[in-house]
Design a protein around this ligand. Structure first.
Ligand code: MRU
Length: 369
């Protein structure tokens, strides 16, 4: 089962609005760059690989918007994943104007969320592709569209490969704990950490999944439990703080999580609460596995200390669905991510294989390829 998390159809980016789940499954059409910025910042689309795809498609959307404004008798849309690019020879936009549009879109999209490496990686790929278009406006548009659609296609293949590589870590009868949502909703539609579990399940292995609810935005409760229910996989939801007692009792055989950015030495940023799980895994001798694509690695950042950690609104902690549940004036600390030192990670599962005990030299070799 591949979820339609994100797509580019008939001139708009289409996303599943994840803020409405599990109550409502609604596809939202984002027709402007401002819509897309809002959707990423408000986490209507979220999860590192999905944010990367949103960024790539956001660049295409910026071109779409500019062409729509410029072209008289514009077609209903210029770009579409099925029909690719509509001819618009008389668009009258110069290579310089297209370049300016893309550069400004890059700056705006880059400002939406700072932690996931995939977002910046996708923006850089699209900018490089635009340069390959040279001075011909039509070539530039084709090149940007081809790159965005290719990133999407490639991402799904990568997730399936992560699943194939990681499922070997899962055995029949295991109890596996996961944190946040690293499934189809966070990616091109299959998943990374959950992709490993889906691949194992599809191979016929039978095991139980424990899902942390993931305060404050409840990605575990709202999204992971939703995905697992749809797949008919047995699971139990728990408050984040309850994981300690499960691990201490020896009731968890492995913890599998995704990642938002992996530094050159293997230190890994993921949803806040992952570090606490990692320390518990070390204490109670339980393996912690991270599953992530190459696009989540950031070899330019030497260690976790350099990873920018997003701080979100205090109201996400003091209110639930807009209703206060702390006394007025209570301050809240709300980092969206934390950093797990590489030494606490048993292995990182990628599309190219399983990197045991990740360290700087392994990661250098991996990211060079
Ligand atoms: O703030 P979110 O919901 O975007 O955070 C998502 C996570 O931390 C995921 O675990 C991570 O992006 C990996 S998703 C495959």
């Amino acid at each position: 089962m591949i979820l339609p998390t994100i797509d580019y159809r008939r001139g708009a980016v289409e996303i599943i609005d994840q803020t409405l789940l599990p109550a409502e499954m609604r596809i939202r059409r984002l027709r402007t760059l401002a819509d897309l910025e809002e959707a990423i910042a408000a986490m209507r689309v979220r999860g590192a690989p999905a944010i990367g795809l949103a960024a790539a498609y956001g660049m295409l959307l910026a071109l779409e918007e500019r062409l729509r404004k410029r072209v008289k008798r514009a077609p209903r849309y210029f770009f579409d994943r099925a029909s690719f690019v509509t001819p618009f020879a008389d668009a009258g936009l110069s290579a310089r104007e297209l370049g300016e549009t893309l550069a400004s879109a890059r700056t705006r999209i880059a400002a939406t969320r700072p932690t996931a490496a995939n977002l910046f990686w996708a923006l850089d790929r699209v900018m490089r592709a635009a340069r390959h278009g040279g001075r011909d406006p039509f070539e530039i548009c084709c090149s940007v569209a081809a790159e965005a659609f290719w990133i999407h296609h490639e991402e799904l293949e990568i997730e399936l490969a992560i699943g194939r590589n990681g499922e070997r870590l899962i055995r029949d009868g295991m109890n596996v704990l996961t944190h946040c949502n690293a499934g189809g909703l966070a990616t091109a539609g299959y998943g990374t950490a959950l992709g490993v579990l889906y691949a194992a399940w599809e191979k016929g292995k039978r095991f139980h999944v424990y899902a942390d609810e993931t305060r404050p935005l409840l990605q575990g409760a709202r999204l992971t439990a939703w995905e697992l229910s749809h797949r008919g996989m047995p699971h139990t939801l728990l408050c984040d703080g309850a994981a300690a007692s499960l691990l201490a009792a020896g009731r968890i055989d492995a913890v599998v999580v995704g990642a938002d950015r992996i530094a050159a030495n293997g230190d890994t940023a993921n949803k806040v609460g992952t570090l606490a799980l990692a320390v518990l895994c070390a204490k109670f001798k339980t393996p912690l596995y991270v599953a992530a694509p190459a696009s989540t690695f950031d070899p330019a950042i030497p260690s976790g200390r350099g990873i920018p950690i997003e701080e979100r609104a205090e109201s996400e902690v003091t209110t639930i669905r807009g209703r206060p549940h702390a006394p007025a004036g209570t301050r809240a600390y709300n980092p969206a991510f934390d950093v797990t030192p590489a030494g606490l990670i048993r292995a990182i599962v990628t599309e190219r294989g399983v990197m045991k005990r990740p360290n700087r030299s392994q990661i250098r070799l991996f990211t060079k390829r």
